[in-house]
Design a protein around this ligand. Structure first.
Ligand SMILES: Cc1cc2nc3c(=O)[nH]c(=O)nc-3n(C[C@H](O)[C@H](O)[C@H](O)COP(=O)(O)OP(=O)(O)OC[C@H]3O[C@@H](n4cnc5c(N)ncnc54)[C@H](O)[C@@H]3O)c2cc1C
Length: 671
C-alpha cells in the first residue's frame, strides 16, 4: 500500500516537474530520439551513401547537448541519454564512412572484378599464412585492395591462423599457451579479400590457375567435404608456403620422433611430456622405466642433445656457441656431440660417433627431431614444370632481386623459406678467384690457399667458407668466419631447448639429393711434408657449381620472410601490376627493372638457452662488442618475443603467460 502511494507521488512529482511531460524540456528530447532512430537505420546502408559533413555535424551537435543537459538545473537526464545514444551511433557511422573512404569498407566485400573506371582488377592469389604471406598482406596499402583499387586478393592456406614460430618451443613446454602465439588470418586480409582454407596441390603456370584441396576431416558427416578439389584462377601468384622438416630419410624418424614445426607438433609434444610425468608417477612403473621417461626432470635431468657438430648453436659466433655449450652442461643436459644419427628405434637413437667411427645407442623417453629443412613438395613440383634451365636450385624457387620467380615472366612471386634470391655467384668469377687464390702458382689450390682466399673474398662470396669446410681444411679461422654462411647452410630451428630430450641439428641439405662430387682431389705437400687435399681449376669450378645449386642466398628465417613480405607490398604499390592485353588473355607486366631490389637487413640473432638466459649474435660486430649472453639477454629475449607479436592482443597474452609461469610455474594439466 505504502509502495503504491510512493510510486503515485513520484509520478505526480515527475508530471509537474520543470522537465516533465507538461514542458518542452520533455517533448524536445523525445523528438530528438528521431535522430537516433535515423542513425541506426543508416548503419544498415552502404557506407558510400553516408554524408561525412552531416554525420560529423550530428556528432558535434550531440556532444554539445550532452554537456548542456548536465549543465542546466534541474539536469535533464532524458536529453542526456538521447544525445549520448545519438553520439554513439553517429560516431560509428563516421568511422564506417572513413573506412570506406580509405578503402576498408565491410560493404566492399562484394568487390567487382573491375574497378569503377572499367579496368579489370589484378587477381593476386597468396599461398600460405606464415611470416612472408601475413607480413605482405599487413603491409599492402588498403587503397590498392579497396573496391576502387587495382588488386583483388585471395589467400589460400590450410592453416587459418598466423603462427609466431619463435615461441613454438615455449608452447610445447608450457611457458606460453598455444592460443597466445596465434592470430586468425581473417584479421589480416583486406575487407574486399577472400580467404580459402585449403591446400594448394598444383599450379598451372601457363593457364594461370591453381588446384586446391580441402583436406581437413569433417567428422560425423562421413568426411563428405574432405578431399574436395577446386581451381582458383590468378593473374599473380605469391608463393609463401615455407619449407618442410628434413628427416634425411633416417629410418624410424617419422614413427618415433616428435617434430617442432607447427602447432600440432607442439601440442603433441606438450601432451607427451605430461604423459611421461604421469606414467612415471605410477606404482606400476619400474625405476629403469622411470629413469627413461623422466629424462627432463630437474633433479635427475637426463636431457640429451645429439648434434653432428662439435658444439651447440653452431650458426652463432664461436664464443657464444662455447658459452651455450657450457650452460647446457651446467644445467645437466648431456651433450652427445659430433654424432650422426643412423636410426631412431622405439626408446633409443642409434648414432655413429664421428671421431671414433663407432656406433652407440642413446636412450630416450621422448625424441624431438629439430633438424634442418627441405623444399616444400609444392615448390619442387612447380620448379619442375617451369621452363627448362629456369630453376636448378634444389631447395627453393630461384627469384630475381624483385622476388619474381625465374621463368615465370613476373606472374609468380616467391618469398620466405620457399625462395632464394639469385645472387652473383662465385662460379661466374671462378677463373679470377682461382688465380687470386693460387699464390704459389702451382696450378692447384691447397688448404692454406683456400682459407686465405676465403678470408679475402668471403664478404662478396660467403659460400667460400663452406667450400673450405668441405675441403676438410678445418681450423679456427674457418669456424669463426663462416658463421653467417653456416646459418644459410643449416637454417636450423632455434628457440628454447629446455626439456628437449634428443635433437639433431643437421645442415638443410638432403642427403639423397647431395650432389657435391666425391671424386678424389689432387694433393700437395704441406709444410711438414704431409699430403694436403688440393684442386685444379676444373675441380674448383665443378665443386663451386654443385655447391651453389644447394645454397640459399639468405638464411631461412622469419626475419627474412617478413622483410620480403613488406618489400613485396611496397613494390606492388610503387609498380602497380596492372593487366595488359596479351596473346593468351590479359597478363601483368613484369616489375620494372628500375624498381628498388630487395635488400635484406640482418638485425642479429637471439636464442634462449634455458634457465632464464639467452645469447645474442649482434648484427654488427666491430670487435668492441663481446658476446652478449646471460640473464640480461634472457630478459631482452623475453621482451623481444613479447613486443614482436603480431597484435596487441598477442603481446598481452604472451606477457601474461610469461609472468604467470614465473609466478605460479608451468601448467602441466593434461587439457
Ligand atoms: C620452432 C621454430 C622456431 C623458429 N625460430 C625462429 C627465430 O627465432 N627467428 C627466426 O628468424 N626464424 C625462426 N624460425 C624460422 C621461421 O619460422 C621460418 O623461417 C619462417 O616461418 C618462414 O616463413 P614463410 O612465410 O616462408 O613460411 P611459414 O611461416 O612456414 O608459412 C608457411 C605457410 O604456408 C602454408 N602452407 C603450407 N603448405 C601449403 C600449401 N600447399 N598451400 C597453401 N599454403 C600452404 C602453411 O600452412 C603456412 O601458413 C623458426 C622456425 C621454427 C619451426
Amino acid at each position: 500500500m505504502a509502495s503504491s502511494r510512493t510510486f503515485a507521488s513520484r509520478l505526480g512529482a515527475f508530471w509537474s516537474s520543470p522537465t516533465g511531460p507538461k514542458t518542452t524540456h520533455f517533448w524536445g528530447p523525445v523528438a530528438n530520439w528521431g535522430f537516433v532512430i535515423a542513425g541506426v537505420a543508416d548503419t544498415q546502408k552502404d557506407a558510400s551513401l553516408l554524408s561525412p559533413n552531416m554525420t560529423g555535424a550530428m556528432c558535434v551537435y550531440s556532444a554539445l547537448f550532452m554537456r548542456f543537459a548536465l549543465a542546466i538545473r534541474p539536469r535533464n537526464y532524458l536529453l542526456f541519454a538521447c544525445h549520448a545514444a545519438n553520439e554513439t551511433v553517429q560516431l560509428y557511422n563516421l568511422q564506417r564512412w572513413q573506412r570506406h573512404a580509405k578503402g576498408w569498407s565491410v560493404s566492399d566485400r562484394e568487390a567487382d572484378t573491375h574497378t569503377p573506371s572499367g579496368l579489370p582488377r589484378t587477381r593476386i592469389v597468396v599461398l600460405g599464412s606464415g611470416w612472408g604471406a601475413i607480413s605482405f598482406l599487413r603491409s599492402l596499402d588498403p587503397k590498392l585492395t579497396s573496391a576502387v583499387g587495382p588488386y583483388d586478393v585471395t589467400l589460400v592456406s590450410p592453416r587459418n591462423y598466423f603462427l609466431y614460430t619463435p615461441l613454438l618451443p615455449s608452447a610445447a613446454t608450457g611457458t606460453v599457451e598455444p592460443r597466445s602465439i596465434v592470430d586468425p588470418v581473417r584479421s589480416h586480409i583486406p575487407d574486399t579479400g577472400n580467404y580459402l582454407e585449403a591446400e594448394c596441390v598444383d599450379v598451372d603456370p601457363v593457364g594461370k590457375s591453381i588446384t586446391c584441396r580441402y583436406n581437413k576431416p569433417f567428422r560425423g558427416h562421413s568426411n563428405e567435404f574432405t578431399g574436395r578439389e577446386f581451381n582458383v584462377p590468378y593473374d599473380v601468384l605469391v608463393v609463401a608456403v615455407g619449407s618442410v622438416t628434413n628427416t634425411f630419410n633416417v629410418p624410424g624418424v617419422e614413427e618415433n620422433c616428435f617434430f617442432l614445426k607447427d602447432m600440432e607438433g607442439a601440442k603433441a609434444l606438450r601432451q607427451r611430456i605430461n604423459e611421461c610425468f604421469e606414467i612415471s608417477a605410477l606404482p606400476s612403473t619400474s625405476p629403469e622405466e622411470r629413469k627413461r621417461l623422466l629424462t627432463f626432470v630437474v633433479d635427475i635431468v637426463r636431457v640429451r642433445l645429439v648434434d653432428t657438430h662439435d658444439h651447440v648453436l653452431s650458426t652463432y659466433d664461436r664464443q657464444i656457441a662455447i658459452y651455450a655449450t657450457e650452460q647446457f652442461q651446467r644445467q645437466g643436459i648431456e651433450l652427445v656431440m659430433g654424432c650422426r644419427v643412423n636410426e631412431v628405434q622405439p626408446g633409443q637413437v642409434v648414432v655413429t660417433d664421428a671421431p671414433t667411427n663407432t656406433k652407440k645407442n642413446v636412450e630416450f623417453g621422448t625424441c624431438i627431431w629439430t633438424t634442418g629443412i627441405k623444399m616444400h613438395p609444392l615448390v619442387g613440383k612447380l620448379a619442375k614444370i617451369l621452363p627448362q634451365g629456369a630453376q636448378e636450385h634444389w631447395k627453393s624457387l630461384k627469384t630475381d632481386q624483385f622476388l619474381q620467380v625465374q621463368g615465370t615472366g613476373g606472374t609468380i612471386l616467391a618469398m620466405g623459406d620457399a625462395a632464394t634470391v639469385a645472387q652473383d655467384t662465385a662460379l661466374n668469377h671462378a677463373e679470377q678467384l682461382f688465380a687470386q687464390g693460387d699464390t704459389n702458382g702451382d696450378g692447384v689450390l691447397n688448404c692454406e690457399e683456400v682459407i686465405t682466399l676465403m678470408l679475402k673474398a668471403r664478404k662478396q662470396f660467403p659460400m667460400l667458407a663452406e667450400f673450405a669446410a668441405r675441403m676438410n681444411c678445418g681450423g679456427a679461422d674457418v669456424a669463426s668466419t663462416s658463421s653467417f654462411m653456416r646459418e644459410m647452410m643449416h637454417s636450423q630451428t632455434r628457440g628454447s631447448y629446455d626439456n628437449v630430450i634428443a635433437t639433431q641439428t643437421f645442415g638443410d641439405e638432403d642427403e639423397e639429393e647431395e650432389v657435391v662430387s666425391n671424386e678424389p682431389l689432387a694433393s700437395t705437400s704441406g709444410d711438414a711434408g704431409t699430403e694436403q687435399p688440393a684442386m685444379t681449376l676444373e675441380q674448383f669450378k665443378k665443386q663451386l657449381k654443385e655447391l651453389e645449386k644447394g645454397l640459399r642466398s639468405l638464411p631461412a628465417t622469419a626475419q627474412v620472410a617478413s622483410q620480403q613480405g613488406k618489400y613485396l607490398a611496397q613494390v606492388l604499390k610503387d609498380n602497380p601490376l596492372v593487366l595488359q592485353p596479351g596473346p593468351n588473355g590479359p597478363t601483368v607486366r613484369a616489375i620494372s627493372p628500375n624498381a628498388n631490389p630487395f635488400n635484406y637487413v640482418h638485425l642479429g640473432s637471439l636464442a634462449y638457452i634455458g634457465a632464464d638466459k639467452a645469447v645474442m649474435d649482434p648484427a654488427y660486430k666491430d670487435g668492441k662488442v663481446g658476446a652478449l649472453k646471460g640473464w640480461l639477454m634472457g630478459f631482452a629475449w623475453k621482451g623481444v618475443e613479447t613486443f614482436m607479436q603480431i597484435s596487441v592482443k598477442n603481446m598481452y597474452l604472451v606477457s601474461r603467460d610469461m609472468i604467470k609461469t614465473k609466478v605460479f610455474g608451468r601448467d602441466v594439466s593434461d587439457v
